[in-house]
Design a binder for this molecule. Structure first.
Ligand SMILES: Cc1ncc(COP(=O)(O)O)c(C=O)c1O
Length: 426
C-alpha cells in the first residue's frame, strides 16, 4: 500500500495514531486483508468442569478456590467466536506478530465504522486504536483536563474510573445516581451543581452503565449535554457495553446527539466485552470534533504506550465484520439468565435486584446480612459465589454486590440456588 509519507497520519504510525481514512481507501483494505468471512457456529453449552478446565489462565476462574463460582470480573464464559479467533490464529501461525501495520489498523477502523452504521445508524470518524479502554481513559483525562481539575463520575461506578482520576491527580467529583423503584436515574440538579463549580472540567459517563445496567435515553443524554455545554465540560463517554443490551433497550452513542456538546465529547469503545476478547488488547477512541481538544489528545505521548495488538485488531475487525449472529446468541443467553436470576430470587424479600437495560451485570442489595459481613463476604462465605464487592463501586455501601451473569445457564442456575439457600438460612 502506498501512503503519502507527508501525511500526518503516517508520521503518527509509530504512535499507533491513525485517523480513519476515507471510505474508499478503507474498503480497499477490507477487500485486501479480510479473507476470512466465515460466521462462527455458536458452541454448545459447556459443563462447569469444562469451563474451569478450559480457563486455566483466566483471573476470573483462578482467583478463588475450586468450590467457588466466580461471578465477579466482567468477562464472559462463552468462548469467543471461532471465526474471529481464526483471524488471530493465522497471524500466530505465520509468526506475523510484530507491531501492527497501518493496513491492519485501517481494516479495524473500517470494520467498526460499518458495525456502528449497521447497529447504531452512526458514522464514527477519527478513530484512534489503543490497547484498552482504561488506558485510553487515563490518556484522555490527562489530555483534556488540567492538573487538579475536577472530574465528575456518576456513582455507583466502575471502580477504575475512581482510580484513573486519582492517579491522574485530578479531583474526583462523585455525583450519586438515585435508585427509584429498582432503577437508577441521574439527578440532574446534582450534576448541574457539581458542573458549575469552577474547577470541574470533565464528566465521565458510562453508557450502558456499569454496574447499574442503565442504558441512558436520548432525553437523559441531552440533559447531560445541556449541562456540559453550559459549563464547557468535556464529556468522556465509555460505551464499551454498547452491544450488550436487553430487549427493547436502544443505545444512543453520545456523539450521535444533535447537540453542540457532542463536539467536545470523546467516546471510548472496544470489541472486548461484546466478543469476550479482553486479553487480546484492542479498543478505540473516537476523537472529538473540537480542534483544540483533539490536538491535545493526539499530542499525548502516552498513546505510544498503549498500542492495540495485531492479534486484537485482526480478531476484533473480524468479529465486527461477521459475528453479529454470534452476539445475538450471547444476548439471548444473557437475557434468559436475567430472567432465571430474578425469578430464582423473587421470593427472597431480603434482596433487591436492579432492573437491567444493558450489560451482563446484575447490581443487587442485601437488606439483611450478618452484622460482621459485607454482602460480598456473606455470599462468598455462605453461598460460595464470588461477586463484585459493593464498596468498590459505591464507597461505604457494603450491602451492595455485582453479579456477572455472562455464564452458561446451568452455572447461573447453581449460583442462584446457592444464593437463595444462603439467604433462606439467614
Ligand atoms: C465500563 C467499563 N469500562 C472499561 C472496562 C475495561 O475495559 P478494558 O479492558 O478495555 O480496559 C470495563 C470492564 O469491565 C468496563 O466495565
Amino acid at each position: 500500500m502506498q501512503i503519502d509519507p507527508s501525511r500526518k497520519t503516517v508520521a503518527s504510525w509509530a504512535n499507533g495514531v491513525i485517523r480513519s481514512a476515507d471510505k474508499e481507501l478503507n474498503n480497499r483494505f477490507l477487500n485486501g486483508i479480510h479473507l476470512l468471512t466465515m460466521k462462527s457456529q455458536f458452541p454448545a453449552e459447556e459443563s462447569l468442569a469444562a469451563v474451569r478446565a478450559r480457563r486455566t489462565h483466566s483471573v476470573k476462574w483462578q482467583r478463588y478456590p475450586a468450590d467457588v463460582l466466580p461471578a465477579w470480573v466482567a468477562d464472559m464464559d462463552f468462548p469467543p467466536p471461532r471465526g474471529a479467533l481464526e483471524a488471530g490464529i493465522t497471524l500466530l501461525e505465520l509468526g506475523d506478530t510484530g507491531y501492527p501495520s497501518p493496513d491492519l489498523i485501517l481494516n479495524y477502523q473500517a470494520s467498526y465504522q460499518d458495525w456502528a452504521k449497521n447497529n447504531f445508524g452512526t458514522q464514527p470518524h477519527s478513530l484512534v486504536t489503543v490497547a484498552d479502554v482504561v488506558a485510553a481513559l487515563r490518556i484522555i483525562v490527562m489530555a483534556v483536563t488540567d492538573p487538579g481539575a475536577g472530574v465528575i463520575v456518576l456513582t455507583p461506578s466502575y471502580p477504575p474510573f475512581f482510580r484513573v482520576v486519582n492517579e491522574a491527580q485530578r479531583e474526583l467529583v462523585p455525583v450519586p445516581m438515585q435508585r427509584v423503584n429498582r432503577r437508577y436515574t441521574i439527578d440532574f440538579d446534582l450534576v448541574a451543581r457539581a458542573a458549575a463549580e469552577e474547577r470541574v472540567q470533565a464528566i465521565i459517563l458510562c453508557n450502558p452503565q456499569n454496574p447499574t445496567g442503565r442504558v441512558f435515553s436520548r432525553a437523559e443524554l441531552t440533559m447531560i449535554a445541556d449541562i456540559a455545554e453550559r459549563e464547557r465540560l468535556t464529556v468522556i463517554s465509555d460505551e464499551i457495553h454498547q452491544d450488550l443490551r436487553a430487549p427493547g433497550a436502544v443505545h444512543i452513542p453520545y456523539t450521535s446527539l444533535d447537540h453542540e456538546s457532542s463536539n467536545r465529547a470523546v467516546v471510548l469503545a472496544s470489541p472486548s466485552k461484546s466478543f469476550n476478547i479482553a486479553g487480546l488488547k484492542v479498543a478505540h477512541i473516537e476523537l472529538p470534533n473540537d480542534t483544540e481538544l483533539r490536538a491535545r489528545i493526539e499530542g499525548s505521548q502516552l498513546l505510544a504506550l498503549s498500542q492495540a495488538t495485531s492479534i486484537g485488531l485482526s480478531v476484533g475487525a473480524h468479529a465486527y465484520q461477521t459475528e453479529g449472529a454470534w452476539l445475538a446468541e450471547v444476548r439471548g443467553i444473557i437475557d434468559d439468565n436475567f430472567t432465571l436470576a430474578t425469578k430464582g430470587l423473587a421470593d427472597d424479600d431480603n434482596v433487591t435486584l436492579t432492573e437491567r437495560e444493558g450489560t451482563y451485570l446484575l447490581w443487587g442489595e442485601l437488606l439483611r446480612r450478618p452484622s460482621n459481613q459485607s454482602a460480598y463476604e456473606f455470599l462468598l462465605d455462605r453461598a460460595r459465589v464470588a461477586v463484585g464487592p459493593g464498596e468498590d463501586y459505591l464507597p461505604g455501601a457494603p450491602e451492595f454486590f455485582r453479579l456477572n451473569l455472562a455464564a452458561w445457564p446451568s452455572v447461573v442456575e447453581t449460583m442462584i440456588e446457592r444464593i437463595h439457600d444462603a439467604l433462606a438460612a439467614l
